[in-house]
Write a new protein. Structure first.
Length: 75
């Protein structure tokens, strides 16, 4: 029974990640099987965080292992 609960949690996390990818101009990177959010600006990060909290009642870092700002193309 515990395996089923863990499995359901993974599917939910994948669903949240897919929704974020579809709605925002961000990139999801994978590191050792964990999702990492790459965002363009602090404002975008705030919008994504607010969306995840409002629609899924989760903190952004409950879904993503970490969130990092994109490096500019000029660097």
């Amino acid at each position: 029974m515990r395996t089923l609960a863990v499995s359901r949690e993974v599917v939910e996390q994948d669903y949240v990640i897919e929704q974020v990818r579809q709605l925002f101009q961000c990139t999801v990177l994978w590191c050792e099987g964990r999702a990492c959010l790459e965002y363009e600006s602090k404002e975008e990060l705030d919008k994504i965080s607010d969306y995840v909290r409002a629609n899924f009642d989760k903190d952004l870092l409950d879904v993503f292992f970490t969130a990092v700002e994109s490096l500019s193309q000029d660097a």
